[in-house]
Write a protein that binds this ligand. Structure first.
Ligand SMILES: Nc1nc2c(ncn2[C@@H]2O[C@H](COP(=O)(O)OP(=O)(O)O)[C@@H](O)[C@H]2O)c(=O)[nH]1
Ligand SMILES: [Mg+2]
Length: 299
């Protein structure tokens, strides 16, 4: 599907409305409508700062566009604790063609929302998911945000810096239960990346946590190598998710997590306890959350 300039402007405007007027009935209804019309495969890219996530996404954008598909990118910046501002270094890293309507990038600061992911990430993702063929969400791997990326994406890609202690550290923290795909980045650094790759391959059995297993690949953004392989793996996974209807259940439990996190964020753990028996979610997460919020505000 080709995206027109008009559509892109509409999208921008609606994302502004989400930021300024998230609890209005109009916005809630529109969000639920978009939620029930998903289109994209949502891919999360995470890993330590400097591992090469943004460079990789830049290449992925080009790859997707060459295949005539559309892509939306959400870059979540960790806010600096002191200033509350985002480190918006990523914005400039993507080499975008300003006349191409089939690419759309949104940067957001993570503020203090639980898990380091902005409270706006979920509604932004839902909106963009109904429009583009692919959504890519970049988050810095800082402990908890890795866990929460799983709550807003269909597929998690964890990037590992060659020669770093990343793999050992991740394994200790149990973060190897999170990714579906592990990428050793900067594979142009041959010796280091080969070493890290074989380390990971050697421990593969430790992180085959579900029946679909995990894919481990090497990639270089500088050499543009490994992207076809990555894309094949992404497509294969999408096929499995859809065929087994796993995607439906996975997204439904993500909706529930988001509702609960939003309640905790606003009303604390006590709020979550109060709504425990009221939670009977099937569809319309935004309306559901709004009703629960109204209930808690009254009680
Ligand atoms: N050698 C090499 N360096 C890379 C590659 N990809 C990224 N880098 C470098 O790694 C640094 C961090 O890259 P960036 O994409 O900003 O990482 P991010 O913080 O994870 O988003 C930059 O200096 C990049 O030039 C690669 O494929 N090979
Ligand atoms: Mg980056």
């Amino acid at each position: 599907m080709k995206i027109t300039l008009k559509k892109k402007i509409e999208l921008s405007n609606f994302l502004e409305q989400i930021e300024t007027n998230r609890n209005s009935e109009k916005v809630i209804n529109k969000l639920d409508l978009m939620h029930s019309n998903p289109r994209a495969h949502v891919i999360g890219i995470t890993g330590s700062p400097g591992v090469g996530k943004s460079s990789l996404i830049d290449k992925l954008i080009q790859f997707i566009r060459k295949n005539n598909k559309s892509v939306g990118v959400i870059a979540v910046d960790p806010s600096s604790r002191e200033t509350g501002g985002a480190i918006l270094g990523d914005r400039t890293r993507f080499l975008l063609d300003p006349t191409d309507n089939n690419v759309f990038v949104r940067s957001m600061a993570s503020k203090n929302y639980l898990g380091g992911i902005s409270e706006l990430t979920y509604p932004t993702m839902i909106t963009m998911r109904s429009i583009f063929d692919y959504i890519i969400i970049e988050t810095v791997g800082v402990g908890q945000s890795e866990i929460f990326i799983k709550d807003i994406t269909d597929t998690v890609v964890l990037c590992i810096q060659p020669g770093s202690g990343d793999n050992i550290q991740f394994m200790k923290s149990g973060i190897f239960e999170i990714p579906n795909i592990i990428l050793v980045t900067k594979s142009d650094l041959k010796d280091l990346s080969n070493l890290t790759y074989s380390d990971l391959k050697g421990s593969e059995n430790l992180f085959e946590y579900d029946d679909d297993g995990i894919e481990i690949l090497k990639i270089s953004s500088h050499k543009s190598s490994g992207f076809k392989g990555l894309f094949d793996v992404i497509s294969k996974r999408w096929g499995i998710l859809k065929e087994k209807k796993k995607i439906f259940n996975q997204r439904k439990s993500q909706d529930i997590s988001w509702i609960e996190r939003s309640i905790i964020d606003e009303f604390g753990q006590k709020g979550k306890e109060q709504i425990k028996d009221l939670m009977n979610y099937s569809s319309n997460p935004f309306k559901t959350l709004n009703e629960l919020r109204n209930y808690l505000a009254r009680n």
